[in-house]
Ligand binder design. Structure first.
Ligand code: NIG
Ligand code: FE
Length: 424
């Protein structure tokens, strides 16, 4: 038989995230009990040719050799992490606000005073394309070493047509040049920029009549997102922006119910959004709508921790209801400076009582569906991209348990070893 390009053998646990324990292959994101079923192969092997998986199973059943072979004995092998919600591209930082919040001011109070998102908008407008590219590349390098192989990235710190395009073009260039795959989202509806204060209507029109048509024509985004929140864009305004985005071929995503109950989950259900993200304060009706429509809940416990919210998203309730749950970092300078998915996994367990198996499902296959790539990445199955990790642990439950440690030994992206801790 023809040799594979790469073969991995002898994994203590190979988490396929393919079939469930009842030997069924779910066709979409995993929900309910499926989120606990990792499709584990003990003494597992994997073979790769031309960047794709050509064999997954027991080591003794592997009939082909590889040009390169990795011995994974005593290790866990699993799909690369999918970070399905980030704001990777921005300049500057906001540590002074961090301190102000510790001393009692709220996120909203700081934003109303012209700080918050708008201060990052100023720094990002002033930054050159080259410096944003450099910042993005360094951040992606860090993420890769902690196992992220696909990342969704939002614009939203430009809030002017040329600056939103600048950010989306940086995302496009990073996607070409970095081994991590980037999925671009247009977030013109992140905040009302300073020059439109008092004229929100004018800004929404700008999004509808100028930004969306240009960005769609230039093919710069797959999704359209909006910050649906009291004092930012309300239900009706968010609905308008997302509906217009849909007309231009951008699928809706929503920053929903992050700081208060603002109808975001309801809107996600109504519009058939691919995901509703945050959901710290969702309404029962909103959750019901999400369940009915199969909307994925992208939960961001790093953010509710960093904002010192009095509660966290009701993950257990969502899983019990059958809403598919994904996890992401929300990396951004205001509410989550966290780059690493394994940190989020630990927080999801500790703050939201998600089990180790659930956090792994949420950070792999469900994240993949949340960025529209569920049929290509997120699980280890024949025909899918060979994006996987070798972890220096012998049981998957250790992943959220060794909280704060980087357990990633090797990262393989499209069949190539792109990060190797031991550098052998
Ligand atoms: O997801 N909520 C809106 N966007 C970010 C925060 C952005 C910022 O503070 O710069 C979030 O929390
Ligand atoms: Fe966000």
């Amino acid at each position: 038989m023809e040799k594979a390009d790469l073969v991995v053998k002898g994994a203590k646990e190979l988490l396929t995230l393919g079939k469930t324990d009842r030997n069924v292959r779910p066709t979409g994101p995993r929900r309910g009990r499926e989120m606990s079923e990792l499709g584990i192969v003990e003494d597992g092997a994997l073979a790769v040719r031309d960047g794709k998986i050509v064999f997954v199973g027991k080591t003794q059943e592997l009939k082909m050799g590889g040009k390169e072979e990795i011995n994974a004995s005593g290790r866990v092998v699993l799909p690369g992490f999918i970070d399905s919600h980030t704001h990777l591209i921005f300049a500057g930082s906001r540590e002074k606000e961090f301190e102000r919040r510790l001393l009692g001011e709220s996120y909203q109070e700081i934003a109303e005073g012209g700080g918050g998102i708008l201060s990052t908008v100023k720094a990002t407008r002033d930054a050159s394309r080259e410096s944003l590219f450099e910042l993005g590349r360094n951040r992606l390098d860090e993420m890769l070493q902690w196992g992220t192989t696909t990342v969704e990235v939002k614009s939203g710190y430009g809030l002017r047509t040329e600056d939103e395009i600048k950010i989306l073009e940086v995302i496009q260039e990073l996607n070409r040049k970095h081994s991590i795959d980037l999925v671009p989202t247009f977030l013109g509806g992140h905040e009302v920029p300073i020059e439109y204060r008092g004229n929100k209507e004018g800004y929404i029109r700008k999004i509808e009549e100028e930004m969306l048509p240009q960005i769609s024509k230039m093919n710069l985004a797959s999704f359209c997102d909006v910050f649906c929140e009291e004092g930012v864009f309300d239900y009706e305004e968010s609905r308008r922006i997302l509906k217009k985005g849909k007309e231009y071929g951008l699928k809706p995503k929503i920053h929903a119910d992050e700081l208060s109950s603002s109808g975001g989950a309801d809107l996600a259900g109504e519009l058939g959004a691919i995901s509703a993200d945050h959901l710290t304060y969702p309404s029962e009706k909103g959750l019901e709508g999400m369940r009915r429509n199969g909307t994925i809940a992208v939960l961001l416990p790093g953010t509710s921790l960093f904002l010192r919210s009095e509660t966290h998203a009701p993950a257990r309730r969502m899983i019990e209801m059958g809403i598919p749950v994904a996890l992401a970092t929300d990396f951004n300078p205001g509410s989550s400076p966290i780059l690493f998915m394994p940190i989020i996994f630990g927080l999801a367990s500790l703050l939201m009582r998600m089990t180790p198996a659930e956090v792994i499902t949420a950070g792999t296959i469900n994240g993949a569906y949340a960025v529209g790539k569920g049929e290509r990445v997120g699980s280890l199955e024949v025909g899918k991209d060979a994006d996987f990790l070798i972890l220096n642990i012998d049981h998957y439950r250790q992943l959220p348990y060794w909280f704060g440690q980087n357990l990633v030994e090797k990262v393989v992206k499209k069949g190539k070893v792109v990060w190797n801790r031991s550098r052998v």
